[in-house]
Design a protein around this ligand. Structure first.
Ligand code: MN
Length: 195
C-alpha cells in the first residue's frame, strides 16, 4: 500500500508561485487519485512487494502511469521551500557541475525553462545525473521519469496544466520562471550527492 506524502511546508507557504488552492487540488486530489489508483491496480500484478522506483522501471500501462505520477510528484513536492529574500546563492557539487556544463546557473535555468515551455502536451522537464555525475535535461511526456534510463532524478518541473492553471492560466513559461523562487537547492544538492 502506498500513501499520500505529507507536504514539508504549510499549504499557503509557496504562494504566490503555487497557491494554497493549487496545492489543495494538485496534492490533495490529483496525487491522492494516483495513490488510490495504484493501490487498486497492484493486487495480483506481481509487483506488490516492489518499491515505487522498481515498479516505475518494470511496469507498463496503467500501473506505470500511476506509479510514475506518484514518484514524480513525491520528488516535485519535496524540492520546494517558502520564498525568502535572505537566502544566499546556492553552492555545492551540483551548482559546480551545472556551471561546468552550462557556464552559469542563469544559463542552465533558462535552458531548463525553455525545455519545459516547449514540451508539447502534458509531462515533466527533468534534471538528472548519469552515473559519472554528468547532468542531463530531458523532456518526459505524461508520467515519464529518467530513472527508467538509469539516470538519477535531481529536479523536476511539472508542466501538466493542473500544476499551474488556477494561478497562471495559459502562462506556462511565467509559472516555470517563478518556480526558481521556491526551489530548495539544499534538497537538490542532497539528491545529487546521494548514491
Ligand atoms: Mn502534477
Amino acid at each position: 500500500m502506498f500513501t499520500l506524502i505529507q507536504l514539508p511546508y504549510a499549504s499557503d507557504a509557496l504562494a504566490p508561485v503555487i497557491s494554497a488552492d493549487t496545492l489543495a487540488f494538485h496534492h490533495g486530489k490529483h496525487l491522492q487519485a494516483y495513490v488510490d489508483n495504484l493501490n487498486r491496480l497492484l493486487p495480483g500484478s506481481g509487483l506488490e512487494e516492489k518499491s515505487l522506483e522498481e515498479i516505475v522501471c518494470e511496469a507498463e500501462g496503467a500501473i506505470f502511469n500511476n506509479a510514475g505520477q506518484i514518484l514524480n510528484h513525491n520528488l516535485y513536492f519535496t524540492q520546494f521551500r517558502p520564498m525568502s529574500p535572505s537566502l544566499p546563492a546556492p553552492t555545492g557539487n551540483l551548482v559546480a557541475q551545472i556551471e561546468k556544463q552550462w557556464g552559469t546557473l542563469e544559463a542552465f535555468k533558462s535552458d531548463f525553462v525553455a525545455k519545459g515551455t516547449t514540451l508539447f502536451g502534458s509531462g515533466w522537464v527533468w534534471l538528472s545525473a548519469a552515473p559519472g555525475g554528468t547532468l542531463v535535461i530531458s523532456q518526459e511526456p505524461n508520467a515519464g521519469n529518467p530513472v527508467t534510463r538509469g539516470l538519477k532524478p535531481i529536479l523536476t518541473f511539472d508542466v501538466w496544466e493542473h500544476a499551474y492553471y488556477l494561478d497562471y492560466q495559459n502562462r506556462r513559461a511565467a509559472h516555470l520562471e517563478a518556480l526558481w523562487g521556491i526551489v530548495d537547492w539544499k534538497v537538490l544538492e542532497e539528491r545529487y550527492n546521494s548514491k
